[in-house]
Design a protein around this ligand. Structure first.
Ligand SMILES: [Zn+2]
Ligand SMILES: [Zn+2]
Length: 367
Protein backbone atom coordinates (compact mmCIF):
# COMPACT_ATOMS: atom_id res chain seq x y z
CA UNK A 1 0.00 0.00 0.00
CA UNK A 2 2.85 2.36 0.70
CA UNK A 3 4.01 2.12 -2.86
CA UNK A 4 0.77 3.75 -4.18
CA UNK A 5 2.10 7.25 -4.36
CA UNK A 6 5.43 6.35 -5.93
CA UNK A 7 3.96 4.34 -8.75
CA UNK A 8 1.71 7.23 -9.71
CA UNK A 9 4.46 9.70 -10.45
CA UNK A 10 5.11 10.31 -14.09
CA UNK A 11 8.36 10.81 -15.98
CA UNK A 12 11.69 9.12 -15.49
CA UNK A 13 10.63 7.26 -12.36
CA UNK A 14 7.96 5.40 -14.29
CA UNK A 15 10.58 4.24 -16.76
CA UNK A 16 12.65 2.85 -13.94
CA UNK A 17 9.63 1.08 -12.44
CA UNK A 18 8.79 -0.54 -15.77
CA UNK A 19 11.94 -2.60 -15.49
CA UNK A 20 10.67 -4.09 -12.28
CA UNK A 21 8.10 -6.92 -12.49
CA UNK A 22 4.50 -5.90 -11.70
CA UNK A 23 3.98 -6.62 -8.00
CA UNK A 24 1.54 -9.48 -7.69
CA UNK A 25 -0.32 -8.09 -4.72
CA UNK A 26 -1.76 -4.98 -6.56
CA UNK A 27 -5.31 -5.98 -7.47
CA UNK A 28 -8.02 -3.32 -7.81
CA UNK A 29 -10.69 -4.03 -5.20
CA UNK A 30 -13.27 -2.36 -7.45
CA UNK A 31 -12.88 -4.21 -10.74
CA UNK A 32 -10.53 -7.01 -9.72
CA UNK A 33 -7.97 -6.25 -12.41
CA UNK A 34 -4.27 -6.29 -11.81
CA UNK A 35 -2.71 -2.84 -11.72
CA UNK A 36 0.72 -1.27 -11.37
CA UNK A 37 -0.58 1.19 -8.80
CA UNK A 38 -3.63 2.23 -6.87
CA UNK A 39 -5.11 5.72 -6.65
CA UNK A 40 -7.31 6.27 -3.60
CA UNK A 41 -7.40 2.48 -3.24
CA UNK A 42 -8.61 1.69 -6.77
CA UNK A 43 -7.00 1.37 -10.19
CA UNK A 44 -6.67 4.44 -12.45
CA UNK A 45 -9.62 3.45 -14.63
CA UNK A 46 -11.91 2.97 -11.67
CA UNK A 47 -10.66 6.24 -10.16
CA UNK A 48 -11.29 8.18 -13.36
CA UNK A 49 -14.79 6.74 -13.62
CA UNK A 50 -15.70 7.36 -10.01
CA UNK A 51 -14.22 10.84 -9.64
CA UNK A 52 -16.65 13.69 -10.21
CA UNK A 53 -14.84 16.79 -11.44
CA UNK A 54 -17.86 19.07 -11.17
CA UNK A 55 -21.58 19.21 -10.61
CA UNK A 56 -23.91 21.27 -12.76
CA UNK A 57 -27.69 21.58 -12.34
CA UNK A 58 -29.71 20.44 -15.35
CA UNK A 59 -31.72 23.63 -15.49
CA UNK A 60 -30.63 27.17 -14.57
CA UNK A 61 -32.32 30.54 -14.65
CA UNK A 62 -30.92 33.90 -15.68
CA UNK A 63 -32.74 37.18 -15.03
CA UNK A 64 -32.32 39.65 -17.87
CA UNK A 65 -33.90 43.10 -18.23
CA UNK A 66 -35.68 43.28 -21.61
CA UNK A 67 -35.28 47.08 -21.66
CA UNK A 68 -31.57 47.62 -21.11
CA UNK A 69 -30.13 44.08 -21.19
CA UNK A 70 -28.85 44.17 -17.59
CA UNK A 71 -28.39 40.83 -15.83
CA UNK A 72 -29.07 40.10 -12.19
CA UNK A 73 -25.70 38.90 -10.98
CA UNK A 74 -24.38 38.48 -7.42
CA UNK A 75 -27.48 40.19 -5.98
CA UNK A 76 -27.38 43.25 -8.18
CA UNK A 77 -28.19 44.31 -11.74
CA UNK A 78 -25.09 44.55 -13.91
CA UNK A 79 -24.41 45.40 -17.54
CA UNK A 80 -23.02 42.81 -19.89
CA UNK A 81 -21.76 42.95 -23.42
CA UNK A 82 -24.13 40.36 -24.83
CA UNK A 83 -26.46 37.52 -23.98
CA UNK A 84 -23.81 34.82 -24.55
CA UNK A 85 -21.69 36.40 -21.85
CA UNK A 86 -24.64 36.23 -19.45
CA UNK A 87 -25.31 32.59 -20.40
CA UNK A 88 -21.68 31.56 -19.92
CA UNK A 89 -21.46 33.36 -16.62
CA UNK A 90 -24.66 31.78 -15.33
CA UNK A 91 -23.33 28.29 -16.11
CA UNK A 92 -19.93 29.06 -14.58
CA UNK A 93 -21.47 30.54 -11.46
CA UNK A 94 -23.47 27.39 -10.83
CA UNK A 95 -20.70 24.86 -11.39
CA UNK A 96 -19.57 23.10 -8.26
CA UNK A 97 -15.92 22.07 -8.59
CA UNK A 98 -14.24 19.24 -6.77
CA UNK A 99 -11.70 20.80 -4.44
CA UNK A 100 -8.94 18.40 -5.49
CA UNK A 101 -9.07 19.51 -9.12
CA UNK A 102 -5.96 21.33 -10.25
CA UNK A 103 -4.81 23.00 -13.50
CA UNK A 104 -8.45 23.37 -14.42
CA UNK A 105 -9.48 24.38 -17.91
CA UNK A 106 -13.13 24.85 -18.80
CA UNK A 107 -14.89 25.16 -22.14
CA UNK A 108 -18.38 26.66 -22.50
CA UNK A 109 -20.43 26.18 -25.64
CA UNK A 110 -23.79 27.97 -25.60
CA UNK A 111 -26.38 27.18 -28.26
CA UNK A 112 -29.66 29.09 -28.43
CA UNK A 113 -32.66 26.83 -28.67
CA UNK A 114 -34.97 29.85 -28.69
CA UNK A 115 -34.34 33.50 -27.77
CA UNK A 116 -35.09 32.58 -24.17
CA UNK A 117 -33.64 29.10 -23.81
CA UNK A 118 -29.99 28.19 -24.25
CA UNK A 119 -28.31 24.82 -24.09
CA UNK A 120 -24.81 25.01 -22.74
CA UNK A 121 -22.28 22.24 -23.14
CA UNK A 122 -19.62 22.51 -20.48
CA UNK A 123 -16.41 20.54 -20.58
CA UNK A 124 -13.62 20.52 -18.09
CA UNK A 125 -10.15 19.10 -17.94
CA UNK A 126 -8.15 19.01 -14.70
CA UNK A 127 -5.41 17.17 -12.85
CA UNK A 128 -6.35 15.10 -9.83
CA UNK A 129 -3.72 13.06 -8.00
CA UNK A 130 -1.50 13.53 -11.05
CA UNK A 131 -4.06 12.02 -13.40
CA UNK A 132 -5.64 14.06 -16.19
CA UNK A 133 -9.39 13.82 -15.95
CA UNK A 134 -12.11 15.01 -18.31
CA UNK A 135 -15.82 15.57 -17.92
CA UNK A 136 -18.55 17.20 -19.92
CA UNK A 137 -22.11 18.03 -19.01
CA UNK A 138 -25.06 19.90 -20.40
CA UNK A 139 -27.32 22.41 -18.78
CA UNK A 140 -30.34 24.35 -19.95
CA UNK A 141 -30.49 28.05 -19.15
CA UNK A 142 -33.88 29.71 -19.16
CA UNK A 143 -33.94 33.47 -19.51
CA UNK A 144 -36.45 35.23 -17.35
CA UNK A 145 -37.33 38.69 -18.64
CA UNK A 146 -37.64 41.07 -15.73
CA UNK A 147 -37.37 44.86 -15.54
CA UNK A 148 -34.23 45.90 -13.65
CA UNK A 149 -34.35 48.42 -10.78
CA UNK A 150 -33.53 51.35 -13.03
CA UNK A 151 -35.94 50.41 -15.79
CA UNK A 152 -38.77 49.86 -13.31
CA UNK A 153 -38.04 53.28 -11.82
CA UNK A 154 -38.18 54.77 -15.25
CA UNK A 155 -41.46 53.04 -15.99
CA UNK A 156 -42.80 54.18 -12.63
CA UNK A 157 -42.29 57.86 -13.42
CA UNK A 158 -39.31 58.27 -11.12
CA UNK A 159 -37.59 61.65 -11.20
CA UNK A 160 -34.80 63.27 -9.25
CA UNK A 161 -34.90 66.69 -10.80
CA UNK A 162 -36.77 69.24 -12.87
CA UNK A 163 -35.17 71.44 -15.49
CA UNK A 164 -37.15 74.64 -15.85
CA UNK A 165 -36.39 76.25 -19.18
CA UNK A 166 -37.10 79.98 -19.07
CA UNK A 167 -35.52 83.10 -20.50
CA UNK A 168 -34.34 86.29 -18.84
CA UNK A 169 -36.96 89.11 -19.01
CA UNK A 170 -38.77 87.52 -21.94
CA UNK A 171 -40.48 84.34 -23.09
CA UNK A 172 -38.33 81.75 -24.84
CA UNK A 173 -39.31 81.16 -28.45
CA UNK A 174 -40.74 77.84 -29.65
CA UNK A 175 -37.47 77.21 -31.52
CA UNK A 176 -35.44 77.79 -28.37
CA UNK A 177 -37.61 75.40 -26.34
CA UNK A 178 -37.31 72.84 -29.14
CA UNK A 179 -33.53 73.26 -29.20
CA UNK A 180 -33.37 72.80 -25.41
CA UNK A 181 -35.43 69.61 -25.60
CA UNK A 182 -33.10 68.34 -28.31
CA UNK A 183 -30.01 69.09 -26.18
CA UNK A 184 -31.64 67.36 -23.19
CA UNK A 185 -32.38 64.22 -25.23
CA UNK A 186 -28.89 64.10 -26.76
CA UNK A 187 -27.20 64.63 -23.39
CA UNK A 188 -29.35 61.95 -21.72
CA UNK A 189 -28.41 59.41 -24.40
CA UNK A 190 -24.75 60.32 -23.92
CA UNK A 191 -24.94 59.99 -20.12
CA UNK A 192 -26.87 56.72 -20.40
CA UNK A 193 -24.09 55.33 -22.59
CA UNK A 194 -21.60 56.46 -19.97
CA UNK A 195 -23.41 54.30 -17.41
CA UNK A 196 -25.89 56.64 -15.72
CA UNK A 197 -28.95 54.42 -15.88
CA UNK A 198 -31.17 57.16 -14.52
CA UNK A 199 -30.30 59.47 -17.40
CA UNK A 200 -33.77 59.66 -18.90
CA UNK A 201 -36.61 62.12 -19.32
CA UNK A 202 -39.60 61.04 -17.25
CA UNK A 203 -41.97 63.70 -18.48
CA UNK A 204 -41.95 67.11 -20.07
CA UNK A 205 -44.43 69.95 -20.29
CA UNK A 206 -44.23 72.99 -22.47
CA UNK A 207 -46.29 76.10 -21.83
CA UNK A 208 -46.29 79.83 -22.49
CA UNK A 209 -43.30 80.71 -20.31
CA UNK A 210 -41.09 77.81 -21.38
CA UNK A 211 -40.91 74.14 -20.42
CA UNK A 212 -40.52 71.89 -17.39
CA UNK A 213 -38.60 68.67 -17.96
CA UNK A 214 -38.67 65.93 -15.32
CA UNK A 215 -35.48 63.91 -15.32
CA UNK A 216 -34.34 60.69 -13.64
CA UNK A 217 -30.83 61.74 -12.69
CA UNK A 218 -29.63 64.92 -10.97
CA UNK A 219 -26.14 64.31 -12.24
CA UNK A 220 -27.33 64.07 -15.84
CA UNK A 221 -29.35 67.25 -15.22
CA UNK A 222 -26.13 69.11 -14.42
CA UNK A 223 -24.58 67.90 -17.68
CA UNK A 224 -27.69 69.02 -19.57
CA UNK A 225 -27.63 72.57 -18.16
CA UNK A 226 -23.90 72.88 -18.81
CA UNK A 227 -24.47 71.87 -22.41
CA UNK A 228 -27.40 74.29 -22.91
CA UNK A 229 -25.27 77.16 -21.58
CA UNK A 230 -22.37 76.14 -23.85
CA UNK A 231 -24.59 76.15 -26.94
CA UNK A 232 -27.21 78.76 -26.18
CA UNK A 233 -25.82 80.87 -23.36
CA UNK A 234 -27.71 81.81 -20.23
CA UNK A 235 -27.29 80.68 -16.64
CA UNK A 236 -28.64 78.11 -14.19
CA UNK A 237 -29.29 77.99 -10.48
CA UNK A 238 -30.01 74.86 -8.44
CA UNK A 239 -32.35 74.50 -5.50
CA UNK A 240 -33.37 71.45 -3.49
CA UNK A 241 -36.65 70.35 -2.00
CA UNK A 242 -37.21 67.46 0.37
CA UNK A 243 -39.23 64.84 -1.48
CA UNK A 244 -39.51 62.28 1.30
CA UNK A 245 -37.58 59.82 3.41
CA UNK A 246 -36.50 56.40 2.23
CA UNK A 247 -34.73 53.84 4.43
CA UNK A 248 -34.07 56.60 6.98
CA UNK A 249 -32.42 58.79 4.35
CA UNK A 250 -33.84 62.10 3.20
CA UNK A 251 -34.53 62.23 -0.53
CA UNK A 252 -34.07 65.58 -2.23
CA UNK A 253 -35.23 66.73 -5.62
CA UNK A 254 -33.22 69.26 -7.56
CA UNK A 255 -34.75 72.13 -9.48
CA UNK A 256 -32.55 73.52 -12.23
CA UNK A 257 -33.78 77.03 -12.98
CA UNK A 258 -32.35 77.51 -16.44
CA UNK A 259 -32.40 81.06 -17.80
CA UNK A 260 -31.73 81.51 -21.48
CA UNK A 261 -30.01 84.79 -22.32
CA UNK A 262 -32.18 87.88 -22.47
CA UNK A 263 -31.15 88.59 -26.07
CA UNK A 264 -31.29 86.29 -29.04
CA UNK A 265 -30.25 86.37 -32.69
CA UNK A 266 -31.92 89.22 -34.55
CA UNK A 267 -32.57 91.37 -31.49
CA UNK A 268 -31.52 94.98 -31.74
CA UNK A 269 -30.11 96.42 -28.54
CA UNK A 270 -28.66 99.69 -27.32
CA UNK A 271 -25.37 99.11 -25.54
CA UNK A 272 -22.25 101.25 -24.92
CA UNK A 273 -23.84 104.06 -26.93
CA UNK A 274 -24.20 101.76 -29.94
CA UNK A 275 -27.17 100.21 -31.71
CA UNK A 276 -26.28 96.54 -32.19
CA UNK A 277 -27.99 93.76 -34.11
CA UNK A 278 -27.38 90.55 -32.13
CA UNK A 279 -25.90 87.68 -34.11
CA UNK A 280 -25.19 85.27 -31.27
CA UNK A 281 -25.55 85.35 -27.51
CA UNK A 282 -24.00 82.54 -25.50
CA UNK A 283 -21.14 83.16 -23.06
CA UNK A 284 -20.49 86.36 -24.97
CA UNK A 285 -22.66 88.45 -27.23
CA UNK A 286 -21.57 89.09 -30.79
CA UNK A 287 -23.34 91.38 -33.19
CA UNK A 288 -23.09 94.12 -35.78
CA UNK A 289 -22.90 97.78 -34.91
CA UNK A 290 -25.63 99.12 -37.18
CA UNK A 291 -23.98 102.50 -37.51
CA UNK A 292 -20.70 101.39 -39.07
CA UNK A 293 -21.28 97.66 -39.77
CA UNK A 294 -18.38 96.82 -37.43
CA UNK A 295 -18.42 93.61 -35.44
CA UNK A 296 -19.38 94.13 -31.83
CA UNK A 297 -18.86 91.78 -28.91
CA UNK A 298 -19.11 91.85 -25.16
CA UNK A 299 -19.20 89.34 -22.32
CA UNK A 300 -22.75 88.30 -21.40
CA UNK A 301 -22.30 89.55 -17.85
CA UNK A 302 -22.03 93.12 -19.19
CA UNK A 303 -25.51 92.95 -20.67
CA UNK A 304 -27.24 94.17 -17.51
CA UNK A 305 -27.11 97.71 -18.94
CA UNK A 306 -28.28 96.72 -22.42
CA UNK A 307 -31.59 98.10 -23.65
CA UNK A 308 -33.85 96.06 -25.91
CA UNK A 309 -35.02 98.02 -28.94
CA UNK A 310 -36.77 95.33 -30.95
CA UNK A 311 -36.07 92.57 -33.39
CA UNK A 312 -35.13 92.74 -37.08
CA UNK A 313 -38.42 90.97 -37.72
CA UNK A 314 -40.03 94.32 -36.87
CA UNK A 315 -38.07 96.19 -39.59
CA UNK A 316 -40.08 98.38 -41.93
CA UNK A 317 -39.66 98.99 -45.62
CA UNK A 318 -38.76 102.50 -46.75
CA UNK A 319 -38.16 104.16 -50.07
CA UNK A 320 -34.56 104.88 -50.94
CA UNK A 321 -34.44 108.45 -52.15
CA UNK A 322 -30.81 108.83 -53.07
CA UNK A 323 -27.44 107.13 -52.70
CA UNK A 324 -24.35 109.24 -52.04
CA UNK A 325 -20.70 108.39 -51.57
CA UNK A 326 -20.99 107.70 -47.82
CA UNK A 327 -24.63 108.27 -47.07
CA UNK A 328 -28.08 107.24 -48.22
CA UNK A 329 -31.30 109.19 -48.09
CA UNK A 330 -34.48 107.36 -47.16
CA UNK A 331 -38.06 108.35 -46.59
CA UNK A 332 -38.92 107.77 -42.93
CA UNK A 333 -41.85 105.30 -43.17
CA UNK A 334 -43.55 106.97 -40.22
CA UNK A 335 -42.92 110.71 -40.59
CA UNK A 336 -42.38 110.71 -44.37
CA UNK A 337 -39.41 113.04 -43.89
CA UNK A 338 -36.23 112.42 -45.83
CA UNK A 339 -33.47 111.29 -43.49
CA UNK A 340 -29.80 110.95 -44.22
CA UNK A 341 -28.20 107.86 -42.77
CA UNK A 342 -24.72 106.44 -42.98
CA UNK A 343 -24.27 104.08 -45.95
CA UNK A 344 -23.80 100.52 -44.75
CA UNK A 345 -20.81 98.57 -46.07
CA UNK A 346 -21.58 96.64 -49.28
CA UNK A 347 -24.78 98.55 -49.89
CA UNK A 348 -25.88 98.22 -53.51
CA UNK A 349 -29.54 99.23 -53.80
CA UNK A 350 -30.41 102.00 -56.26
CA UNK A 351 -32.48 105.11 -55.71
CA UNK A 352 -36.20 104.39 -55.90
CA UNK A 353 -35.85 100.91 -54.42
CA UNK A 354 -37.50 99.80 -51.21
CA UNK A 355 -35.09 98.87 -48.45
CA UNK A 356 -35.57 97.57 -44.90
CA UNK A 357 -34.95 100.04 -42.11
CA UNK A 358 -35.12 99.80 -38.37
CA UNK A 359 -36.43 102.79 -36.44
CA UNK A 360 -35.02 103.42 -32.98
CA UNK A 361 -34.98 106.41 -30.60
CA UNK A 362 -31.33 106.72 -31.69
CA UNK A 363 -32.10 107.09 -35.35
CA UNK A 364 -33.06 105.04 -38.38
CA UNK A 365 -30.74 102.28 -39.54
CA UNK A 366 -30.62 100.48 -42.86
CA UNK A 367 -30.37 96.70 -42.47
ZN1 LIG B 1 -10.40 -0.91 -11.07
ZN1 LIG C 1 -33.06 47.64 -17.35
Amino acid sequence: MNSDKNTNKSGPKKAVEKKRPVPQNLICPECGKETDGLVKNVCRDCFSQKFNLFELPLVLHARVCPQCGAHYYKSKWCDFENIEEIITLTAQENMLFHEDAQNVSIGMHPHPRSPYIYDVLVDMEADVEGIKLYKDAKTEIRIKREACDMCSRRAGGYFEGIIQVRAGNRTPTKEEVHQCLQIINDTMIHQLKKGDKLAFVTDSMTFKDGADIFIGSTNAGRHVCKRIIELMGGSVSESYTLAGVKDGKEIFRTTFAMRLPEFKKGDVIYMDGKVVEVRNCAKRLTGINLLDSATYFTESENLKDAKYLGNVADAQSAVLVDVEENAILVLDPVTYETVTIKKPISFNALAGAEIMVFRTPYGIFAL
